[in-house]
Design a protein around this ligand. Structure first.
Ligand SMILES: N[C@@H](CCC(=O)N[C@@H](CS)C(=O)NCC(=O)O)C(=O)O
Length: 198
């Protein structure tokens, strides 16, 4: 199996932490998507990482789908519970966290526009998604991280990435439970093993 990656991508990191949790990381070859001859568009018309190629040659895109595939590769902790109601809750929490992540990425991209093209209206919209999303996560945190599902993995990778790309956003001040949880989670072996080099 091959995982096409970019070193700083938080979406790739989610897949890598998931593979470590399942104990299948040794079966997955990491391939630098930016290396010569590795045109990402050949595998993914959306030109995004992660992209994943199974042993049968099937190409999977979208980190959430790839994580579900990885979950099915081995026993151990169910990253996506089989019980239908529990699974739906996990997917809902995962979607909320991805939404916060996507908004953070869009904010970051907005700051990269050429001089005079920055849109305060668009930036404010993304900021509000992050504010309301984090508030809900703070409220629901206990339930979200109670079991070793994909949810803590997604949350840890998202908060770590926010610290990298939006260092001026002091999310810790308004979310003390989340801050305390992340301080510990960020030091777990699988997070440390996948931390991007600065
Ligand atoms: N929803 C996608 C997001 C993937 C994504 O946006 N990846 C970024 C890297 S962090 C990318 O490849 N961006 C290139 C682009 O959008 O052109 C997922 O969860 O896999």
């Amino acid at each position: 199996m091959k995982l096409y990656y970019a070193p700083t991508s938080p979406y790739v990191r989610m897949v890598r932490v998931a593979a470590l949790e399942k104990g299948v990381d040794g079966r997955i070859e990491l391939v630098d998507a930016r290396a010569e001859g590795n045109d990402t568009e050949d595998r993914n018309p959306l030109n995004k990482v992660p992209a994943f190629v199974t042993d049968d040659g099937e190409v999977l895109i979208e980190s959430k789908l790839i994580c579900q595939y990885v979950d099915g590769l081995a026993g151990g902790p169910e990253l996506y519970p089989k019980d239908e109601a529990a699974r739906r809750r996990v997917l809902q929490h995962e979607a909320l966290i991805h939404g916060v992540m996507d908004a953070a990425v869009l904010r970051r991209m907005e700051t990269r526009r050429e001089e005079g093209k920055f849109s305060p209206w668009w930036d404010e919209r993304q900021k509000r998604k992050i504010t309301l999303g984090l508030a809900q996560i703070e409220r629901d945190l206990d339930a979200m991280v109670a079991a070793p599902t994909i949810v803590p993995i997604t949350l840890g990778c998202t908060l770590s990435f926010m610290d990298r790309i939006l260092p001026d956003t002091d999310w810790r001040a308004d979310h003390p439970k989340l801050a305390a949880w992340f301080a510990e989670y960020d030091q777990t072996p699988h997070m440390r093993a996948t931390a991007p080099a600065d």
